[in-house]
Write a protein that binds this ligand. Structure first.
Ligand SMILES: [Zn+2]
Length: 273
C-alpha cells in the first residue's frame, strides 16, 4: 500500500488544530499525516483524540520530534534531547502513531566514529527506558541533508542495525542534497532501497520535498517542481517493486505537493499498464 500525506497541519486548512488537519487531509484524498511539535508538545487528551479521529478518517499518523536534538553532545544536550525524544514517543504511543521520527545530532569536534558510538549508546538507553513503560513505537532515524550533521544513509543504516526498535526515515531531499544532486534515474532510487535490504523492512517511511543545495549539502526546501528531483522515477521504482511506503510531504507547499506526489504516482501507474 502507498500512503501520502502532509507534514503538519495543511497550510490551506483554516482551523489550525491537528484534529482539523486530519479531517482536511482526508478531504484532500490523502491518507497519512505527520504530527509535528513546532509550537511545543500537545496534551495527552489531544493525543488520544487524534488517535480516535485518525482511525475514523483512515489517516495513518506519524510523529516528528522537535528538531533540535543532539545525542552526541555534552551531558546537558543529551539530557534535553533524551527528554524531548521520550516525550515525543509517549505522545506517539497515545496517538497510535506508526513511527516517531527524530534527528540524531552533530559531529561537532568529534570524529564520525565517536559520534556514532555516543548516538548508539544514548539511543539504546532511550529505547530501554520507554520499553519499560510499555511504549513500542519504532524510533525513525532521519537521513540528514547537511554534511556537518550526523545522518548519511550509511550512518542511519548502521545505527538501525545496532539499535533494536529503530527504523530508517528516507528523506529523499536530504539524500539528494548531501550527494550533490545524485538522484537522477530510477536506478539511483533503487540503490537507496537496495542499501536498506539488510534491515529486512516491510514498510518504508519517506520524506519528500524539492531542495536547493550546494557543496555543503542542503540549503533549503523548495516545492517539488522548483527542485531537480525526478519524483516520477521514485514512483516508478516504488511501483515496480511493489514496496509498502508512506510518503510525507515536507515541501514548503505542503499539501499541494502531497497531492502532486499522488498525481505523479497515478501517472506512473498509468504508464506501467
Ligand atoms: Zn526531520
Amino acid at each position: 500500500m502507498i500512503r501520502i500525506g502532509p507534514a503538519g497541519i495543511p497550510l490551506s486548512c483554516k482551523e489550525r488544530t491537528n484534529i482539523d488537519g486530519i479531517i482536511y487531509t482526508r478531504c484532500l484524498g490523502l491518507s497519512a499525516m505527520e504530527i509535528r511539535f513546532a509550537r511545543g508538545f500537545i496534551s495527552n487528551e489531544e493525543a488520544k483524540e487524534i488517535k480516535r479521529v485518525a482511525k475514523k478518517c483512515d489517516i495513518a499518523i506519524y510523529v516528528h520530534a522537535p528538531y533540535y536534538i543532539n545525542l552526541a553532545g555534552d551531558k546537558r544536550n543529551v539530557k534535553m534531547s533524551r527528554e524531548k525524544i521520550e516525550k515525543s514517543l509517549y505522545l506517539a504511543h497515545l496517538m497510535g502513531a506508526r513511527i516517531m521520527t527524530t534527528h540524531l545530532g552533530f559531529y561537532g569536534n568529534l570524529s564520525k566514529k565517536e559520534t556514532m558510538k555516543r548516538i548508539v549508546k544514548n539511543l539504546r538507553a532511550i529505547r530501554d527506558r520507554v520499553k519499560k513503560r510499555g511504549i513500542e513505537v519504532p524510533i525513525g532515524l532521519e537521513t540528514m541533508g547537511k554534511k556537518e550533521v550526523f545522518g548519511s544513509l550509511e550512518e542511519i543504516i548502521e545505527v538501525c542495525k545496532r539499535v533494536r526498535g529503530t527504523v530508517p526515515v528516507i528523506d529523499i531531499g536530504h539524500i539528494h542534497a548531501r550527494c550533490n544532486g545524485c538522484l537522477k534515474e530510477k536506478e539511483d532510487f533503487q540503490k537507496i532501497f537496495d542499501a536498506l535490504k539488510d534491515l529486512n523492512l516491510n514498510h518504508y517511511l519517506i520524506h519528500l520535498t524539492g531542495v536547493k543545495y550546494d557543496s555543503s549539502g542542503e540549503l533549503y526546501h523548495v516545492p517539488i517542481k522548483k527542485g531537480d528531483i525526478p519524483v516520477i522515477k521514485l514512483m516508478e521504482c516504488i511501483l515496480e517493486n511493489d514496496y509498502d511506503v508512506t510518503i510525507i510531504s515536507e515541501s514548503p507547499v505542503v499539501e499541494h505537493d502531497a497531492v502532486y506526489a499522488q498525481i505523479l504516482l497515478d501517472r506512473a501507474m498509468e504508464m506501467m499498464k
